[in-house]
Design a protein around this ligand. Structure first.
Ligand SMILES: [Zn+2]
Length: 296
């Protein structure tokens, strides 16, 4: 195949950064994955270094998915609970540094874009997605278009389900990010005799075999998520709710296993994303193609 041009997709997570060269069809040609260090300067450096390593004269533009609130379309990172990159004109910085166009959106919007084009959301026009990793991101496709509201809509990790719950990065209590994220699962495990770092798949297997503690942990982890999905359905009734991010499949399997009670009024179709951890970089690359592909 002759790939004359390519986009760079960047998926910035709370713990890892992924950068990939992506074709117009969403095929990854080359990918880098690196841990995200602590500190604002080090975090900026790791972003620019990794873009630099895959950047070439074939690059038509950069799409970057950011794990926090983003002002779209300006591409300004407003806040990021797990990173120290608050109030940063990220799209402008990339444009100036590499002299290519850049578009910055949330990591969840990028993942949903990829799932819409080539994954589990193909063919749907009204979709909600929750990306479950270190925190919980959210994205809404409304009538076939990404929904931004006043600039940073769909922060689904901040759906509140327990006013007396743990304090969230947003300043409130009991957001599902504090109860059903990867960090929350780690905290739940730390209160038991189970290994805090047990892979979610093994934890689910234990629960399937009837291990009472594993089942209890998973019940506490997934019930708030189920409540949030039901509330989301009550508000926007999407055709499908996708669970993505590193723990998307685990959350979906856990929902099937535990089946927390809900209301028949709010019965949502739920599925796991099919692109896994690559959804973010693919979506970021596709986003760059969508915005800048005609300028090549
Ligand atoms: Zn919150």
């Amino acid at each position: 195949m002759n790939h004359v041009h390519e986009a760079l997709g960047v998926d910035l997570g709370g713990t890892k950064i992924r950068v990939a060269r992506v074709t117009r069809e969403g095929v990854i040609l080359e990918k880098r994955v690196e841990r995200v260090p602590k500190g604002r300067d080090a975090q900026l450096e790791v972003i620019f270094q990794n873009i630099q390593k895959l950047y070439s004269d074939r690059t038509i533009g950069v799409g970057l998915g950011f794990p926090g609130r983003v002002k779209v379309p300006e591409g300004i990172a407003l806040t990021a609970g797990y990173l120290e990159l608050k109030d940063l004109p990220l799209a402008d910085l990339i444009r100036q540094h590499f002299s290519v166009p850049a578009f910055v959106d949330t990591d969840a919007d990028m993942a949903l874009l990829a799932e819409t084009k080539m994954g589990a959301a193909r063919g749907f026009k009204d979709v909600a997605m929750m990306t479950i990793g270190t925190g919980i991101g959210g994205a809404i496709l409304f009538d076939g278009k990404m929904f931004y509201g006043n600039g940073s809509a769909a922060q689904l990790g901040h759906l509140t389900v327990d006013p007396r719950g743990p304090v969230c990065n947003c300043g409130r209590r009991g957001c599902i990010e504090t109860l059903s994220s990867g960090s929350a699962l780690g905290r739940l495990l730390a209160q038991t005799d189970l290994d805090r770092n047990i892979p979610a798949t093994e934890l689910i297997e234990l629960a399937q075999k009837g291990h009472p503690v594993a089942r209890q942990v998973l019940t506490e982890w997934i019930t708030p998520l189920k409540m949030a999905i039901d509330s989301l359905y009550a508000v926007i009734s999407p055709e499908i709710v996708l669970l993505g991010g590193g723990l998307g499949s685990a959350a979906f399997e856990t929902l099937q296993l535990i089946q927390p009670a809900g209301s028949p009024w709010f019965h949502s179709r739920v599925a796991a994303g099919t692109l896994g951890d690559d959804a973010g970089v693919i979506g970021s690359g596709l986003c760059a193609w969508e915005k800048f592909g005609d300028q090549e």
